[in-house]
Design a protein around this ligand. Structure first.
Ligand code: SF4
Length: 359
């Protein structure tokens, strides 16, 4: 009965959205939203004037090429076991990928949690286990917990190469880009469980754009879009939560404290968006014994974007994957040229997998 009511509610909201005559671009800033929208065919259900565009919501995709090159170099270091989430394996760097390095003999293990990497360090005392920290505010607390565990157990052969990033500074960059027209943000449900709503309150007020924290079911996304449209029609630009069953306005204070204890914000490179101040998480000096950047003084790698790949433009919402000339012809999930086709949350992978739909 509850389900039926939910369906009826969503159908009503969708009908209202479909009557809309406004010309608007709404950006989703979460790879899980990108996949959910593609899977459910919501783009096709929007009226002609409403464009749903993807933003920089996939942590693997926004990792700069220079940082991929650095971790490839790290994997080549003697005695290193590089522990990483699976999505990173096939992301092409300038000359190689982690998958290629593994086939050449590098010891690279796919793990499901940073705590698995600590266990690897425990059982390989003669090796240095480096966990590749990729992700946003959602994964950073678990990475912090792994450092805490290594510190508590005095495991000295464990370290983290942090490429963790913070979402709000990137949204600031997007909103201040005069070439990009984003009329409203479908804000990330997962990240917001940690950060709460206050960063969006600031963004919505500064840039006069509605921001709605939205869940991942099609019914959530329909309601999130409806809430954005309602704000626009009423001349409001506020931060609101659609995903109220999970996201609290204050976020997860315990997780926030965990991030703050082990990390400090630093300038980070983002694919397509460039260097953004205070958008990366570096391990604090007190915990540098578990900081792989301190243990391995690798040189700075220049940013060398892959020729022909438009991931940077896609991550800024300036084009869709279908506008990349390589899409589906030379670049496919089995022959990926850029990270947006590799990652399970990448926009190119979503378009390829769910019928190459056009907005
Ligand atoms: Fe890059 Fe491939 Fe996407 Fe084109 S289709 S932007 S080459 S990942």
């Amino acid at each position: 009965m509850v389900m039926q009511n939910t369906d009826l509610h969503s159908t009503y909201l969708l009908e209202e959205i479909r009557k809309e005559k406004l010309e608007l671009s709404l950006m989703e800033v979460c790879g899980t939203h990108t996949m959910a929208i593609a899977r459910s065919g919501l783009k096709e259900l929007m009226p002609k004037g409403i464009r749903l565009i993807s933003g920089p919501g996939c942590p693997v995709c926004v990792t700069a090429q220079a940082d991929i090159d650095a971790v490839v170099a790290l994997a080549r270091e003697p005695l290193v076991i590089l522990a990483t989430f699976g999505d990173m394996m096939r992301v092409p760097g300038s000359e190689s990928s982690l998958a290629q390095e593994r086939s050449r003999g590098a010891d690279i293990r796919v793990v499901y949690s940073p705590l698995d990497a600590v266990a690897l360090a425990r059982s390989n005392p003669g090796r240095e286990v480096v966990f590749l920290g990729i992700g946003f505010e959602t994964t950073a607390p678990a990475v912090a917990a792994s450092i805490e565990m290594a510190a508590t157990e005095d495991i000295k052969n464990y370290s983290v190469w942090s490429l963790n990033k913070l979402v709000p500074p990137a949204l600031n960059v997007l909103f201040s880009d005069p070439e990009l027209r984003v009329d409203g943000l479908i804000c990330p449900g997962h990240v917001s469980t940690v950060i709460g709503i206050s960063p969006y309150v600031e963004l919505a007020a500064r840039y006069k754009r509605p921001c709605v924290v939205t869940g991942f079911e099609p019914s959530d996304i329909i309601e999130g879009i409806y809430m954005i449209l309602t704000q626009i029609k009423q001349g409001r630009s506020e931060a609101e939560i659609q995903y109220r069953r999970v996201v609290k306005p204050q976020g997860n204070v315990v997780a926030q404290k965990m991030i703050d204890r082990f990390f400090e914000p630093v300038t980070a490179r983002w694919r397509g968006l460039g260097s953004i101040p205070a958008s990366g998480l570096a391990i604090r000096k007190e915990y540098e014994a578990w900081d792989a950047r301190v243990k391995f003084a690798l040189p700075e790698f220049p940013e060398r974007p892959t020729r022909g790949c438009s991931c940077g433009e896609i991550l800024k919402g300036k084009i869709t994957p279908l506008e990349c000339p390589l899409f589906g012809r030379y670049c496919t999930p089995s022959t990926p040229i850029g990270p947006c086709m590799v990652s399970q949350e990448g926009a190119c992978a979503a378009y390829y997998r769910y019928g190459r739909r056009v907005n």
